[in-house]
Design a protein around this ligand. Structure first.
Ligand code: FES
Length: 253
């Protein structure tokens, strides 16, 4: 029996949901794998919705909204795109980035809706069932991603990207897109690693060396993250084993 993926679609009320409706009344064929959740705007799709869907074993998630310039709330789809790009970057760490998709579909594009759903369903079929259904280690990494995506630093960068790029700062400078991208990519990586360290120390206290082998990164890099986490009182140095400090998670950070 061939594998049938479960696809979740978040469709904006004003364009994509109407496009799906048109596909239905026009009797256009598309796979029945998609379950639709109607949202008022694609910008309403909180990254938490995507994380929850992945955690319960949904194989593919698609967000659909109005074409740029057509959002009923002016810039909701712009916000959706920023959040989506952030999610995609995080999900590359665990090779799940191909399981999410963002598309623009207008109320008159029933055919486009049917084609996108067919193509996305086939691409998920090729990927196979979500590995999150069985891989506990991957679920732990997803938890770190969820925590990192909700951090103040990432939310500030996502929410202020446009202002940072388009408006001048207090020194009269605009930050070029490529420079912003570098800052953003670094922040994404650092927050992910720091959240993995935090969650690991929450389970039990560890040395830098043990964390480095667990995260498969250099001990000097772990130490840099440890110093930042210590500075925010998220962790503390506990006992010393021989000459090796052991770090502990605290509730303060
Ligand atoms: S109302 Fe459709 S994307 Fe905002």
């Amino acid at each position: 029996m061939s594998y049938e993926p479960t696809i979740l679609g978040f469709l904006c009320n004003w364009c994509s949901y109407a496009g799906a409706d048109l596909a239905g009344v026009s009797r256009l064929q598309y796979p029945p794998n998609i379950r639709v959740i109607r949202v008022m705007c694609s910008g309403r799709v909180d990254p938490k919705f995507v994380f929850e869907a992945l955690k319960i074993g949904i194989d593919g998630i698609i967000v659909m909204g109005c074409h740029p310039g057509d959002c009923h709330y002016l810039e909701g789809n712009y916000e959706a795109e920023k959040k989506f790009n952030m999610l995609k970057k995080f999900l590359t760490f665990i090779n799940l980035d191909n399981r999410i998709r963002l598309e623009w579909v207008s109320a008159s594009e029933g055919m486009r809706f049917a084609e996108i759903v067919s193509e996305f369903t086939n691409s998920i079929k090729e990927l196979g069932p979500s590995p999150l259904k069985e891989d506990k280690d991957l679920l732990d990494k997803l938890e770190a991603i969820e925590m990192a995506a909700d951090s103040y630093r990432i939310r500030a960068l996502v929410g202020r990207e446009r202002t940072i790029i388009e408006s001048e700062n207090v020194y009269g400078e605009k930050v070029p897109q490529d420079k912003f991208d570098n800052i953003f990519n670094t922040a994404i990586y650092d927050e992910y690693m720091r959240c993995r360290i935090l969650l690991s120390l929450k389970k039990n206290s560890k040395s830098v060396k043990v964390l480095a082998s667990e995260l498969e990164i250099d001990p000097s890099e772990v130490l840099e993250h440890i110093l930042i986490l210590k500075g925010s009182n998220s962790i503390t140095m506990g006992e010393i084993e021989g000459i090796t400090p052991i770090y502990e998670y605290t509730m303060e950070g």
